[in-house]
Design a protein around this ligand. Structure first.
Ligand SMILES: [Zn+2]
Length: 420
């Protein structure tokens, strides 16, 4: 869950308020907004249609193909899938730098999950309708309204339906974009659409590092091989020592041991034991410090146990070989926007113009990748209301979607029309 951050002292220059108000009255922009108002039925149709196409982690291709067709209908150019199966399309303009608008297309639901999507009044029910049906639909709405209103902008806009945001996807889609020489230095700012709503701005990237820790030993009979190093005991000692590592109150840093496994029967010395560890912080340094503590305590515990088993004489007929391994299974870099970042001032000015109240948040989203390398990025919702994310009871209500779409459009257009 995202958490509200304390820092919210963005001073918005008066010129930005004026520019927002001016932009909102341009005939093209008004036409785009009228498109939003008149086409909710089309949006709900896209949203339900897309949610019915499976997109489990590492299995997003069918949904990517669907999105590619929509990009074609909406007149984007240079439409293609990259080698990570992200779908890209461009709304061209004269400028050299791009502004990106992206939404992840993957879901948390494993392959084979029944995707029963149901519409009832203003609501859509079913897995993924909000996370990220709402985000992808908002991205399509912007492309459609821009086409209908013949919107012009100084910088080209890069539309991205990216894979691999959820869970073990580990942000691989957006990571791929920002490591591609074609894009990594040419995207000047990124607007990321994730989930429903208009009440948040993710401006801080909560980082995480995840590890599978395995301790292996020779194993043996509980009676006749007694004294042989026991991986479960060693892991338990390492776990306890690691859990005593002091943590700072700020920047908030946490750890969790979420899974432990090991052993086969009550009268066998196990051959292995493992645990899964999750470390989180907004500070990369703190995550590195905790990772070092984890590795250090593990090495120390293993070494102590080898010495102890040698003293016990367990090495006489069995080698006391004991080893450990730390396998990274997830790495989301941390980062945050500078308090005076232009993208933050823009969305603040847009919210003021629309009378929308939004809180700054710290969360783990696709924005982690650009934010961690000092680029300007925020993640916001696609409008409407949503609930039950990551459950089969997920729902989306289009009430208030229009506000969300206006918010996205006004922000995007200001990013794409930088002040001279
Ligand atoms: Zn999401």
């Amino acid at each position: 869950m995202p958490s509200a951050t304390q820092r919210d002292n963005t001073a918005i220059p008066a010129s930005l308020h004026q520019e927002t108000a001016r932009m909102a009255t341009l005939p093209q922009v008004r036409a785009a907004m009228a498109w939003f108002r008149a086409n909710e039925e089309q949006l709900a149709k896209w949203q339900a249609e897309m949610a019915a196409i499976p997109a489990p982690p590492f299995g997003e291709s069918p949904r990517a193909a669907w999105l590619k067709e929509r990009f074609q209908e909406l007149g984007l150019e240079e439409i293609h899938s990259d080698s990570a199966t992200n779908v890209l399309g461009v709304r061209p303009a004269a400028g050299k730098q791009y502004v990106s608008i992206s939404a992840h297309i993957d879901t948390v639901f494993p392959a084979g999950t029944p995707l029963i999507i149901r519409r009832e009044g203003s609501r859509i029910y079913g897995p993924g309708v909000s996370d990220n049906g709402a985000g992808v639909t908002a991205m399509l709405a912007v492309a459609a309204a821009a086409q209908a209103a013949k919107l012009s902008h100084a910088l080209p806009i890069l539309f991205i339906g990216n894979v691999g945001e959820e869970g073990e996807g580990d942000l691989r889609g957006i990571r791929h974009i920002f490591s591609d020489p074609r894009w990594k230095d040419s995207i000047s700012s990124s607007l990321i659409l994730d989930g429903a709503g208009t009440d948040t701005i993710v401006s801080e990237a909560l980082g995480s590092r995840r590890f599978e820790v395995i301790v292996r030993g020779p194993g043996g009979h509980s009676w006749s091989d007694f004294g042989t190093p026991n991986p479960i005991l060693v892991l338990a000692r390492a776990m306890d020592a690691f859990a005593r590592t002091p943590l700072p109150a700020a920047p908030k840093t946490t750890f969790n041991i979420g899974v432990i496994r090991g052993g086969t029967s009550v009268n066998s010395i196990p051959e292995s034991a493992s645990m899964r560890v999750d470390i989180r912080s907004t500070s990369t340094e703190e995550m590195e410090r905790l990772e070092a503590a984890l590795r250090g305590e593990l090495d120390r515990t293993v070494t102590q146990e080898i010495r102890a088993s040698e003293r016990r004489g367990a090495a006489k007929h069995r080698s006391p070989k004991l080893s450990s391994e730390v396998i990274p299974i997830g790495n989301r870099p941390a980062g945050e926007l500078a308090p005076n970042a232009r993208i933050l001032q823009i969305i603040r000015a847009v919210d003021a113009h629309l009378g929308n109240a939004a809180q700054l948040q710290r969360a783990s989203t696709d924005a982690n990748i650009p934010l961690s390398s000092g680029r300007e990025a925020i993640a916001i919702g696609g409008g409407g209301l949503g609930g039950g994310a990551h459950t089969l009871q997920e729902w989306f209500d289009c009430t208030g979607r229009e506000l969300g779409l206006k918010r996205i459009l006004l922000t995007l257009l200001q990013l794409a029309n930088p002040a001279r």
